[in-house]
Design a protein around this ligand. Structure first.
Ligand code: CTP
Length: 391
């Protein structure tokens, strides 16, 4: 959602400045517009030309710089952006903002702006723990400014502790969430994602190709749109999403239990997980030796969606249908059989749809209508699915 957003980026002289080049590159790939102000100390660490080239826009450094137009530069920069991001934000710039000091272009612009100010701060842990810095951060929080949490790790001073600037991907995730309209505010949504695994013995299992990408995209988008999300995830390689309660499960039975524990308070269940349809009845507690080729006895797992569809009351239930043939007919049958409000049907045999890819080609089917969607990113499809919960 950062496409077309105008970000005024204030860069100050902290060693984490090297990460900001990667951040700008990522913001440009997402088609955000980035205007940059660098402090004098920042320009001593990395030359402005490097930032200018990455951002494909002029880097502003001086308060009394001659300008090509007649606008007062710090006022026009302060007014024309959607948000101001300061990265890295040193203890010094935090102190200046807290005390209303305006002695260079960045601090003057910050005093002049009414736009949200977000700080990705970075400093040595003693500086961060210093009562003066703590007080300044408190003042800024009370004034309604925002801080992106620092991480713990090795700092530039060869010290291990808290004070690392958030990683570029986490800053982008924060901005994305910040700039998304909160139209699902207050909704409690359970989202399931990924495969389940059904053990044969302690080292072997039956599973499927689900990557979890669709469910994780819905969970992230729902968080961005203000919903309270519980993500129930089978084993995946995907990173944990900030700000979301994630329950990790392995088997379809555990998936059922996790939904059941949270269903009462939910407004909606979106079932993007691919639970295994069968489990192993004669599962062994000890590793089976290769000389003992087992005969697997499979029994059917509970149809989780059918169970919750049939007790849903006023809650909305959305399922998925992964098909290789008779897509719409099979999907509609599942819609009715499982008593769903909507089913998202996708033909997993088509290139660009289904498991393990970043895109999907889906149809949204309800009792009364069908909407065929073109190929789109799973994140954009997530947005379309969540639109179904607005009414
Ligand atoms: N589902 C479920 N419990 C199961 C199997 C599937 O809740 N034991 C859910 C899936 O999460 C999905 C929907 O039901 O939202 C349809 O899953 P799909 O695998 O397409 O269909 P199945 O019901 O398993 O039927 P079939 O395998 O015969 O196509």
């Amino acid at each position: 959602m950062l496409k077309g957003k105008k970000i005024l980026l204030g860069v100050t002289g902290g060693i984490a400045i090297y990460k900001v080049l990667d951040l700008i590159s990522k913001l440009k790939k997402l088609e955000a517009q980035v205007d940059i102000i660098m402090t004098e100390s920042a320009t001593k660490m990395i030359a402005p030309i490097t930032f200018q080239t990455m951002a494909r826009s002029k880097v502003h450094t001086k308060l009394f710089e001659s300008s090509d137009n007649y606008n007062v530069e710090h006022i026009s920069l302060a007014q024309s952006c959607d948000i101001v991001l300061i990265a890295p934000a040193t203890a010094n710039i935090i102190a200046k903002i807290a005390n209303g000091i305006a002695d260079d272009l960045l601090s003057t612009t910050l005093l002049a702006t009414k736009k949200p100010i977000i700080l990705a701060h970075a400093m040595n842990s003693n500086m961060l723990d210093n009562p003066a810095t703590k007080r300044n951060i408190d003042i800024l929080l009370q004034r309604g400014h925002y801080f992106i949490e620092t991480g713990t790790g090795f700092l530039a001073c060869n010290h291990y502790g808290n004070g690392r600037m958030a990683e570029p991907n986490d800053i982008i995730d924060y901005l994305d969430c910040f700039l998304t309209k909160k139209d699902l505010d207050g909704k409690n949504i359970i989202i399931t994602a990924g495969p389940t695994i059904e053990r044969i013995d302690p080292v072997r299992y039956i599973s499927n190709d689900s990557s979890g990408k669709m469910g994780y995209s819905i969970a992230k988008m729902a968080r961005n749109r203000g919903a309270n999300v519980i993500l129930i995830s089978g084993p995946t390689y995907l990173s944990q999403i900030n700000g979301i309660e994630t329950i990790h499960i392995e088997t379809a039975d555990e998936l059922f239990e996790a939904i059941d524990d949270n269903f009462e308070d939910a407004d909606c269940l979106i079932m993007a997980a691919a639970p295994a349809d069968f489990k192993v009845k004669n599962r062994k507690d000890k590793k089976i030796k290769k000389t003992e080729i087992p005969e697997l006895e499979l029994v059917e797992n509970k149809d989780i969606l059918s169970y919750f569809g049939n007790i849903k009351g006023s809650k909305k239930i959305i399922g998925f249908a992964a098909e290789t043939d008779n897509l719409k007919k099979n999907a509609k049958e599942k819609l009715h059989k499982k008593n769903l409000d909507y089913i998202i049907a996708n033909d997993i045999s088509k290139p660009g749809a289904g498991f393990n890819v970043d895109t999907n080609i889906a149809s949204i089917i309800s009792d009364s209508y069908t909407e065929d969607l073109p190929i789109m990113s799973k994140f954009d499809l997530a947005d379309k699915i969540l639109d179904l919960l607005k009414y």
